[in-house]
Design a protein around this ligand. Structure first.
Ligand code: SF4
Ligand code: SF4
Length: 422
């Protein structure tokens, strides 16, 4: 969707919802107290769902913090939160909290568990009602081609992994538990895992449950709504996606159903090119995603203090400057972000999991996260010479990616000694 069309779309959203929104700027203390009320269920969104219950887009003349409500969970959050995924320095988390961010997003497998451990050590010194924590567990045995569960998918293992996460975090409960990296309706609906998630919720080990997705997102979000048990969805969402119409329709339905929406991958890979000569204006990209009122908050993955300082400004003002709008205009470069649309998969003679391979490429050249990229390559079970039997690549990517070239490039990581990975 062109920027102008999107602006029009946003205006339509605002027109529909503005009458229902009350303006209220709050400081961190007030807002945390309200968050806790929401968290205990004292404040709940009713009827029209998330957009209607959303806090307030209220950058008034004093630039107060913009707070939104996370669907029916009632949790109130600033529009910027912290994705802890790439941070190994607790000082970064502390800085994010000091800036007024509240939601910290981690996962069972981030940094092989060290990410949750780092958070556990830091957060044991914080009052439990001063932050909101989300973690994610990916069920094992998911069929990589279809995204569906297999006979290897074990609810017991899922529960076991979650218990390990709780121990690492040194907490009695987490606020949100996601079934992680889901791309198929059947997996969203998979009853054995759902039973575990519901039981963890009943036992108070998890307050709210959700699904995270960065592939086939509109279908996943629709399934989340239809399952009628989930509270939150964490989804890839950015200005480089080619399927924004489907995303926006799914967001609207989810909002009406009271599902809270959190955006990730707003920075669309961080760079437009492998050589990192054309950076994405990440602040503009973040504002763009947050202009959709159905998005409660976003989780940029901070790795430096100046990134936190810069994105913290967005918590107070979502206005895109003319220069920022210009930076978001389509460029000839395809970028590093793969839509996860899967149009390529059926064209590949070997039915390779190309979206995952492209994600590993983005981790490598966009984020400089070679260890994470290699973990993903190992997880999907590809070999270093995976395309070598093909003389002529039959794949035509909708974004124009030279798929075979990128695969050959990124799979070289499988031959790099562990010590050299970042
Ligand atoms: S060269 Fe193209 S068609 Fe052949 S395996 Fe690689 S991606 Fe698939
Ligand atoms: S590589 Fe291209 S065609 Fe394949 S999922 Fe990504 S964007 Fe779609």
């Amino acid at each position: 969707m062109l920027h102008n069309q999107w602006t029009l779309h946003i205006l339509q959203y605002h027109t529909k919802t503005m009458k229902m929104k009350a303006k209220k700027g709050v400081d961190r203390r007030d807002f945390l107290r309200k968050s806790v009320l929401g968290a205990t269920g004292a404040v709940l969104v009713t009827g029209a769902g998330h957009a209607a219950g959303a806090g307030s887009d209220s950058p008034d003349e004093k630039k107060k913090m913009i707070i939104r409500k996370l669907g029916r969970t009632g949790i109130e959050l600033p529009v910027v939160s912290m994705g802890v995924m790439r941070a190994d320095n607790p000082g970064l988390v502390k800085a994010a909290l000091d800036h007024g961010m509240v939601l910290l997003d981690t996962a069972h497998d981030y940094q092989k568990g060290r990410n949750e451990e780092m958070l556990g050590k830091l957060l044991k010194d914080y009052p439990r009602d001063q932050f909101v924590i989300a973690t994610k567990v990916q069920p094992d045995g998911i069929d990589r081609k279809t995204g569906n569960p297999t006979k290897e998918t074990s609810p017991e293992k899922f529960r076991e992994m979650f218990d390990i996460s709780l121990q690492r975090l040194q907490m009695d409960y987490v606020d949100i538990l996601y079934m992680h990296a889901i791309s198929a309706r059947e997996m969203v609906m998979y009853k054995p895992i759902l039973r575990v998630m519901k039981s963890l919720k009943r036992k108070g080990k998890v307050r709210f449950i959700g699904v995270s997705t960065h592939k086939n997102e509109p279908e996943v979000i629709r399934a989340v709504i239809d399952a009628k048990v989930y509270d939150v969805v964490l989804t890839a969402y950015n200005f480089k996606q080619d399927h924004l119409d489907g995303m926006h329709k799914a967001f609207e339905k989810a909002g009406v159903a009271g599902i809270g929406i959190i955006a990730m991958k707003t920075m669309a890979g961080g760079f437009q090119d492998k050589e990192r000569q054309h950076p994405v204006n990440t602040k503009a990209a973040l504002k763009w995603a947050l202009q959709n009122p159905y998005v409660t908050t976003s989780i940029p993955g901070f790795t430096a203090f100046d990134q936190i300082d810069e994105d913290a400004e967005v918590m107070f003002d979502l206005t895109l400057t003319d220069e920022e709008k210009k930076d978001l205009e389509p460029v000839s470069l395809a970028g590093l972000y793969c839509n996860g649309c899967e149009h390529c998969v059926a064209q590949c003679r070997e039915s390779l999991p190309i979206p995952e391979l492209m994600r590993a490429y983005m981790y490598t050249y966009g984020y400089r996260e070679t260890q994470k990229a290699r973990d993903l390559l190992t997880d999907i079970g590809v070999m270093a010479d995976t395309c070598s039997d093909c003389d002529n690549c039959t794949v035509r990517c909708v974004k124009g990616f030279a798929v075979a070239e990128k695969i050959a490039d990124v799979t070289r990581l499988l031959q790099v000694p562990e010590d050299f990975l970042t």
